[in-house]
Design a binder for this molecule. Structure first.
Ligand SMILES: Cc1ncc(COP(=O)(O)O)c(C=O)c1O
Length: 330
């Protein structure tokens, strides 16, 4: 936990029982005790993903060796390295370099979709032990058959453009830094300092509690309505108190400004005067003018628009306003 949803769902489709290990949200390290607890005699596959989606956590070689020790040859380790070209702080390495010293069979998966921006082109690959080549070939023949040769040649050409990957990583790293800086000012939300991939998780547990919001989906919807910024509810990844951001938008910084502005609002519940004041300032911002927000009367009142807040909660929401219930600044 958290996980990239494809894994639990495909495992369930195959009739497997899924057990989770944890990744610590403070240290971003795999909780090895939870991995040991989750292992059983019936465990067949252990999936690790580094850099990870959604946390951007990185598993270093020493931790990878510890994971192998815990698995102890009882299961195949699948290392999903699809974000391997996007490390901000660490020297990239592939688990394949450790394969010879591992006790467990290792499968490394990767694709051209992320660092080479070949999204949806379906060019991926797996590095597998010899004994898996034949069974995987049979499955491939009877399911996907082959990948379109045009993107395959595109992938070969992409390998000659590593400078593009480096440039992209630099840009994403700068966006990570910008997010951490902006959310440093937001008391009820913690930006988890990602070390790679192109996602960053916002820990919103405190914000959800203070504002009595039922979960990340409700929060993502309110944010979307108020700021037109799309975030992904962490519930999709097994972390219902979080939101996942993606650095890939060309207007990323602008989106972060809007988001930080919204989530910064009224953290202490003393909202009346400051909220109106902030609304006046925000009305003059260029990005605000491009959108039609709910009527000013809705967002200059404390409670947000009548549409969003049930009558029974309107006065209560003055102390703990529903975020975004009434627009960008309300
Ligand atoms: C961790 C992880 N693995 C695999 C994939 C699949 O990538 P694709 O099918 O786009 O090549 C994704 C896509 O988001 C991912 O986040």
């Amino acid at each position: 936990m958290p996980y990239y949803p494809l894994y639990p769902f495909t495992a369930r489709l195959a009739g497997a029982r899924v057990r989770h290990y944890r990744i610590d949200l403070d240290t971003l390290q795999v909780d090895l005790d939870s991995l040991a607890e989750a292992m059983s005699e019936r465990t067949r596959i252990v999936v690790v993903n580094s850099p990870g989606n959604p946390l951007g956590n990185v598993i270093d070689p020493a931790t990878f060796r510890r994971i192998d020790e815990i698995v102890g040859g009882r299961a195949v380790v699948i290392a999903d390295e699809i974000y391997n070209n996007v490390h901000f702080d660490d020297e990239p390495y592939s688990a394949v370099t450790l394969a010879d010293e591992m006790t467990s069979p290792l499968v490394v998966t990767n694709a051209f979709s992320k660092a080479h921006r070949m999204y949806a082109r379906r060019v991926g690959y797996a590095i597998v032990p010899d004994e898996l080549v034949h069974p995987l070939t049979v499955i491939q023949h009877h399911t996907l058959l082959t990948t379109d040769p045009v993107p395959q040649f595109g992938a070969i050409a992409a390998l000659d453009h590593q400078e593009g990957v480096r440039e992209l990583t630099g840009r994403y790293g700068a966006r990570r830094d910008y997010t951490l800086e902006r959310f440093g000012e937001v008391s009820a939300v913690r930006a988890v300092p990602a070390r790679g991939s192109f996602y960053l998780t916002l820990d919103c547990a405190e914000y959800l509690r203070r504002h009595d919001i039922p979960g990340s989906l409700a929060l993502a919807e309110r944010i979307m309505r108020a700021t037109r910024v799309a975030t992904v509810p962490g519930s999709d990844f097994g972390l219902p108190d979080t939101l996942r951001l993606s650095y890939t938008s060309a207007r990323y910084e602008e989106g972060i400004d809007r988001l930080a502005e919204l989530l910064h609002r009224c953290p202490s519940g003393r909202c009346g005067r400051r909220r109106r004041h902030r609304a006046t300032r925000l009305r003059n911002r260029p990005w605000r003018r491009r959108y039609r927000w709910p009527t000013p009367s809705a967002w200059t009142t404390c409670a947000g628009s009548a549409r969003d807040v049930p009558p029974s909660r309107r006065s209560a929401s003055c102390a703990t306003p529903a975020p975004g219930a009434g627009g960008p600044a309300g």
